[in-house]
Design a protein around this ligand. Sequence first.
Ligand code: ATP
Ligand code: MG
Ligand code: ZN
Ligand code: MG
Length: 474
Amino acid sequence: MELDKMDENEWRYHGEGNKSLVVSHVQLSIVLRLLKYPAEDSENPPQTVEQAFRQVQNIVDFSSNVMSCLLGEKFVHSGEVVKLPLEFVRQLSIKVQHERPAWRCDKVMDIYSGCALCLPNLTSPTLHQPTHTPTLCIEIKPKCGFLPYSKHVSQDIKTKVCRFCMHQHYKVAMGTWKRRSRYCPLDLFSGNRQRMHFAIRQLIDEPQNNLKIFKGGRCIFSSLDGIEDSMDLNSLLHHLRPYFQYGNNRINSHMTSKALLTDFIQVVVNALLSAGGGDGGVGTDRRGEARSFCEASLFNKERSRHGSQGSPSDSVLYRVRQTQMLDTLDIEGLYPLYRRVEQHLQDFPKERTRLQMDGPYNEAFLEKLHKCPSEDDGSLEYAVSKVHQYRVAMTAKDSQIMVALVPSCEEEEDDEGLPGQRQHRDFLSSRPPAFSYSVSILDLDPKPFDNIPRQLRLDQNIVSCYLRSSCALP
Ligand code: ATP
Ligand code: MG
Ligand code: ZN
Ligand code: MG
């Protein structure tokens, strides 16, 4: 990619979240991730070019120096900051506008700074070999996978029903989504294949912003609109069918839709439980065992009573959940510490830099995070350390897991993978056909310090909404 010869015709709309818009290259397996601003700021950028550059550099640093250490290098691709020609960015923004979902258009793409993040395209690691079967890719935003165990939790319900399940009631009440999702993160993180299967099945039924499926780098299944239905399940099955009738004695038999979906989900479950290529031990996540059930989950508890041992300690799920669990105090216990830091910063504004409240996210930051007294000694350092840990946990709760799959018989000729991309391929031992896969974690942006009060309010709103609506239930 030559930055001075950028051509918007070589890029296409790929997807977006709340904070950024992503375009993918039509030939190379790379994406550009651009910042978004609220639409009302579209005439006036809310930050200078230098600030935008800092923001994107902070994202790279946070991902490569902090999150990668906690989640495991093999899962994290931090990318690099690029400075794009403004004319290219303007043309690009016009080009992608009509492909953007309406419910995301309350924000506009940053066309002022020219700063972007260049990343490997994790949905199509083999796109450069057009003769090969297109990669299938499943993107899951799992959300928080444990129940808070902090003594600061004031409402008992928070230790029984997980945050995601409670939040669903709030989101439907607020009109964000039309129906509640029956997905429960605790099922996905359980390590129990049946519960995980159930969780992924629920994501397919109601993907909201927690599931996307790509084929050959193109999104083929997601939630179409904020309140509309998801894409057609039949069309998903149509896309999946060739992958699952491949190379075995099913060639002439017609698989039922149910069997097809079961096989597909099983392949995803296997990849999520795998070591991601490493050969670590088979330890399991026993810490969360005692409270690994959410009372709101519809999974039949009897069926899995004997089998929720937690995910293997070398799996992506284990790493994500361990990082989420750096939120040891819950927002209720964290908030007073936030106030301690904030008070200090009001008195000594220059301390904001020394305490690295907005970065830089380097080794010193990681050290502050780890070097935390076990009990609150009333110090500023304890409070800062806990705030940093909380922010890291927030990032892990908001990240996505990407599982890219290709039928493995094709992959045998291609054991090199893409240059610049760490891939871990294994042969899944499940039912035929086998897939080779690559697992990554993305969207690892630092969460602003100043967001913490909003988190407390949101938590209170979610809990009171849940208590109201569950009382109203028969
Ligand atoms: P959120 O609202 O979840 O915070 P965000 O605005 O931070 O999202 P991302 O999740 O990083 O943005 O990116 C938006 C979407 O773009 C993702 O859901 C994913 O589908 C796609 N995407 C992002 N990075 C990559 C990548 N490296 N390769 C392929 N697709 C990507
Ligand atoms: Mg995202
Ligand atoms: Zn739940
Ligand atoms: Mg994000």
